[in-house]
Design a protein around this ligand. Structure first.
Ligand code: SF4
Length: 242
């Protein structure tokens, strides 16, 4: 039977060891949260913004686009457009031109103007502070709404699941699911509500700096002891995701 070269344990023995009870999982989650706080105490939203409207616009622009690119675009965009009425006061083609270096800029320009129209008509030009109202805006899904609620208003309505959170949740054995809408409920069950906002910021930062998609730097990772996917465990490829 094939065995781990480092420990001498068989794969079935390792799999058996990795099965954990709910209590053990919650204890491991505590250690993961502690490790993330230690390694990324400063974690915050990477999209530059000064108010809820700017964060909303930046988050709409960030769909399938890098935060760096969005920050470049918004550094000039936010000087020209300060209120919802400013976005509505230009033809869509002008707004498209102002954001044309982000992906899907035509759709995003349309969504921004559609969202601003609703904000003016129903919310006095302000960004509403409920998830349900936010989700009704064009270009705003659950992820964007959670970003705005958590980062702009400090209200934890869910856990932001982006590409980094998907990858790390799987590697850390916190979910077996692949889709964000299924991963978020898995995380909500095991992460204390008071941690939801920062947990997601820190996991995203950890994904960018340490647990990168192609080559996770397990040798410097503070979560290594609590991670079933660590590349320092030689048989890790075949370990089960919890
Ligand atoms: S130990 Fe490796 S795979 Fe696990 S979270 Fe850290 S970097 Fe990622």
């Amino acid at each position: 039977m094939e065995a781990c070269r480092r420990t001498g344990r068989s794969k079935s023995e390792i799999k058996e060891e990795m099965k954990e009870t709910k209590t053990e999982l919650l204890e491991r989650v505590k250690q993961i949260i502690r490790g993330l706080k230690k390694q990324h105490p400063e974690a915050k939203c990477a999209l530059n913004h000064a108010n809820p409207l700017q964060l909303l616009i930046a988050t709409i622009l960030s769909a399938q686009c890098t935060d760096e690119r969005v920050n470049i675009v918004t550094s000039t965009l936010f000087r020209k457009y300060r209120r919802c009425e400013d976005y509505l006061g230009v033809p869509q083609t002008e707004l498209e031109k102002d954001i044309n270096s982000v992906t899907f800029f035509r759709n995003k320009a349309k969504a921004i103007q559609g969202a601003c129209q609703i904000l003016v008509e129903r919310h006095g030009g302000q960004v509403p502070q409920t998830l349900d109202d936010l989700i009704e805006l064009p270009g705003v899904g659950r992820k964007t709404a959670n970003v705005v609620m958590g980062t702009a208003f400090g209200i934890p309505t869910g856990i932001v699941v982006d590409t980094h959170v998907i990858r790390l949740s799987q590697r850390l054995g916190l979910t077996r699911n692949k889709l964000p809408e299924k991963i978020e409920p898995d995380l909500i069950k095991i992460i204390p509500k008071k941690e939801w906002i920062d947990f997601s910021h820190r996991l995203i930062l950890h994904g960018r700096r340490v647990c990168k998609a192609r080559r996770p730097a397990c040798e410097i990772c503070v979560l290594e002891k609590f991670c079933p996917s660590s590349t320092l465990i030689e048989c890790s490829q075949d370990l089960p995701v919890q």
